[in-house]
Structures are given as C-alpha cells and as structure tokens.
Design a protein around this ligand. Structure first.
Ligand SMILES: *[C@@H]1O[C@H](CO)[C@@H](O)[C@H](O)[C@H]1NC(C)=O
Ligand SMILES: *[C@@H]1O[C@H](CO)[C@@H](O)[C@H](O)[C@H]1NC(C)=O
Length: 249
C-alpha cells in the first residue's frame, strides 16, 4: 500500500515536472545560450544523441537509424540502348549513427547552418536487378548488392524555421542540402544470374574497377535520399522537443 502511494506520488511529481518543462529527456544534452563556446556545446549535444539514434527513441516515435532504410535507387551505368542499368531496392544502410561532428556553424539571420560530419564506415545492403549488356556480356540478373564506403564525409547545409506550439517554440528543418565524399567505395554483387560464376565475377570486376565512377553516378540520388531521410529524423526530434530543452537561457 505504502509502495503504491509512493509510486503514484512519484508519477504525479514526474508528470508535474514534465508539464513545466523541468524534466529534460536523457537523450538531450542541454546548452546555454550565453555559453561563449555554444557551437562546441551543440556539437557535443549532437554527439550525445548517437546511441539514442542507434537504438531509436520510442517515446517520440523515432525509429532506429541502424539500419537506415531507403526504398530504391536506379541508374544507367553505360550508354546506348543496351546500356547496363542497375536498380537497387530495399536498401539498408549501416553505420550512419557512428558519425563525428567535425564542424558546426550556426545559422545567422537568413544564412543556412552548416555542418561537417565524418563516418568511418558505411555499409549498404540492397536487392539488385540489372539489365543490358556489360562490356560484351549480357548483364540481366538479380541478386544481392553490397557496398562498403570507407572514410565518408558529409557536408550539410540547411535552413530552419521556428514555430510556436503548446509545448513552446520549436525548430523545423525546411531545407537540407547534403554532399557526400567517400574515400574508398567497394561495391559487389552476389547470388545473381542463378549463381553463374563467370557473369557474377565479370560484374564484380566491373564494379571493382569502376567503383568511383559507379559511385559518382549513384551519388546525386543517394545524397537526395539521405537528405530527405535526415530531414525526417531531425524534424521528428524537433517536433517533439521544444527549443528551450536544447538551449537554456
Ligand atoms: C561504430 O564504430 C565502432 C568503432 O569504430 C565500431 O566498432 C562499430 O562497429 C561501428 N558501428 C557501426 C554500426 O558501424
Ligand atoms: C554541395 O556541392 C555543390 C557543388 O559543388 C555546392 O554548390 C553546394 O554548396 C554544396 N553543398 C554543401 C552542403 O556543401
């Protein structure tokens, strides 16, 4: 009985605390507006989010970014009517939560905020289908596609706006521009052409020797998808967490 009363009281106190905005969720590392090193503090807040992004934050319906799921990319890799085309579906990206924030420039006036993140390794797993002719071999098939991107740098630039909600003022990302640079791409396919070893190896030889070119073809779509996904994640967080939780006066 005593235990029950204590539990109810604790619950009430917690609820009261939350309603006046005292209870800062564990995934937030608060900064002070007056901090002369505010950008460094915000960098640390972003770093602090990493394990929470990795596991997901159920209370604000933020799914885990490990893996990070993307629908579909398609690209034509060689020219002509019989050009080699590939289509990637059910893409899963692993390692995105392992970022380090290298620099952060806050938005001033109408200027965008800018950040540079590095990720040591991104792994992409997808379902692959292809058509056309690759060099001289027929390249129609389907199977698994894997990419390992070592040394990823992401430059992001974004515009934010502020709006008022019952919980307080909230930020929103309106636009996000993202550029990726990847030191070493390694692309490969497997289980394609009914496991025809020669066709599979020819495709892998092509992907190995042309990794940077394939990546260049893939990059605009990849960047666009990633920036849409990142905007969604950021807004899911910002929608649920008022600015004064991140930034104390
Ligand atoms: C994150 O990085 C650490 C250390 O570099 C590594 O052990 C771990 O596997 C990485 N996690 C993912 C999801 O890539
Ligand atoms: C991405 O690259 C383009 C072209 O080089 C450049 O205009 C744009 O400002 C870059 N965006 C970011 C976020 O760095």
């Amino acid at each position: 009985m005593v235990k029950l009363i204590v539990t109810v009281c604790v619950a009430l106190v917690c609820a009261a605390g939350l309603s006046v905005g005292q209870e800062i969720p564990a995934y937030i590392k608060q900064c002070r507006r007056s901090d002369p090193q505010l950008p460094d503090c915000l960098k640390a807040s972003l770093q602090h989010l990493r394990p929470y992004l990795s596991s997901g934050i159920p209370e604000i319906k933020l799914p885990s970014v490990e893996p990070f799921v993307m629908d579909q990319l398609s690209l034509q890799l060689t020219g002509g009517p019989q050009g080699y085309r590939i289509n990637l579906k059910n893409m899963e990206v692993f390692g995105a939560s392992n970022f380090t924030v290298r620099s952060l420039k806050l938005s001033e006036g109408n200027q965008p905020f800018e950040a540079r993140l590095t990720i040591p390794k991104l792994l992409i797993h997808a379902k692959y289908t292809s058509s056309g002719v690759l060099i001289i071999i027929p390249a129609s098939g389907s199977g698994d596609f894997d990419a390992v991107f070592d040394g990823v740098t992401a430059d992001v630039k974004g515009l934010v706006s502020v709006s008022e909600k019952p919980t307080g003022m909230h930020l929103r990302v309106d636009k996000l521009d993202l550029n990726l640079s990847i030191k070493k791409p390694r692309l490969s396919v497997s289980k394609i052409f009914n496991n025809n070893r020669i066709l599979t190896e020819a495709t892998n030889l092509f992907l190995r020797e042309n990794g940077h070119e394939v990546l260049r073809a893939l990059q605009p779509q990849l960047q666009k998808k990633l920036s849409t996904e990142f905007t969604g994640i950021a807004n899911q967080l910002l929608d649920n967490v008022p600015i004064h939780y991140f930034l104390q006066d």
